[in-house]
Design a protein around this ligand. Structure first.
Ligand SMILES: [Fe+2]
Length: 259
């Protein structure tokens, strides 16, 4: 088993330093992912990448991404050591601030790591934070999470999983991706782009009744029509829908439970 990842510490100027090997891991991942994503990522994601000035040759500095997002949508990124408690996570979202880990995976973990690294956080998530409707969804999702009783949070976060992490969108009659778990994972991107997995129309109750596993490629994806639909979905009576989902129970699983 390889050594656990250690979070990076910013220098006196607030910069995180990456060595040549780490930059090369970024370059390898970036180049490989763009072969799949250039035709498969949604417009908002690709435009966002351009607006943030991402390049294969340079791991972006969190402070630079933060400043640019602030200009574009009033969103921002907050460097965090690792996975943070749900309440802290939801609070940051409600402030339009996205928590980001700053370490990068090692070459032997190129295809998959369970914990989010900077390639997932910045390459995967940040381009979507340039979209105003997406940011509205994020902010309201955070507020909602903070307002719900603890017993409903896990089910609510299924909505986060099936959209922000693994969402698909219909664009000009084609299905495109916007979820960061697809953008940052070579195996997930290839699987989703191949169109073999089941796709379902975006529906809150169905999502709240759909379980998932974090360590397999997803057997089902939900497809939104546009980001306005996503933001407006939170106008629904979410506590009642969560209660209804709880009462009706989960839909049959499309995967085996982990051993
Ligand atoms: Fe994520």
């Amino acid at each position: 088993m390889s050594a656990p990842y250690v979070s990076k510490t910013a220098d006196a100027d607030g910069r995180f330093n990456y060595d040549a090997e780490e930059t090369d891991v970024w370059r390898t991942l970036y180049t490989r992912q763009m072969k799949t994503l250039a035709p498969f990522a949604c417009r908002a994601y690709l435009d966002g990448q351009a607006q943030l000035g991402f390049s294969p040759d340079h791991i972006p500095q969190v402070s630079e991404v933060d400043a640019r997002l602030g200009e574009l949508t009033g969103a921002g990124v907050e460097p965090v050591a690792a996975l943070i408690p749900q309440k802290q996570f939801s609070t940051l979202l409600s402030q339009r601030r996205f928590p980001v880990a700053t370490f990068i995976r090692r070459r032997e973990d190129l295809d998959y790591i369970e914990e989010p690294d900077i390639f997932h956080e910045v390459f995967g998530h940040c381009p979507m934070l340039t979209d105003p409707e997406f940011c509205k969804f994020m902010e309201r999702f955070g507020e909602l999470a903070l307002s719900l009783p603890a017993g409903q949070i896990k089910r609510l976060y299924r909505l986060w999983w099936f959209t922000v992490e693994f969402g698909l969108i219909r664009e000009d009659g084609q299905i495109k991706a916007f979820g960061a778990g697809i953008m940052s994972s070579p195996s997930e991107a290839a699987h989703a782009a191949a169109g073999q997995a089941e796709t379902l129309p975006f529906d809150l109750l169905t999502i709240f009744r759909t379980d998932y596993r974090i360590d397999i490629v997803q057997p089902v994806y939900f497809v939104i029509d546009d980001f306005g639909q996503l933001a407006e979905s939170l106008n629904a009576d979410i506590p009642s829908l969560l209660e209804e989902a709880e009462r009706k129970g989960d839909l049959p699983r499309r995967f085996d439970l982990a051993a």
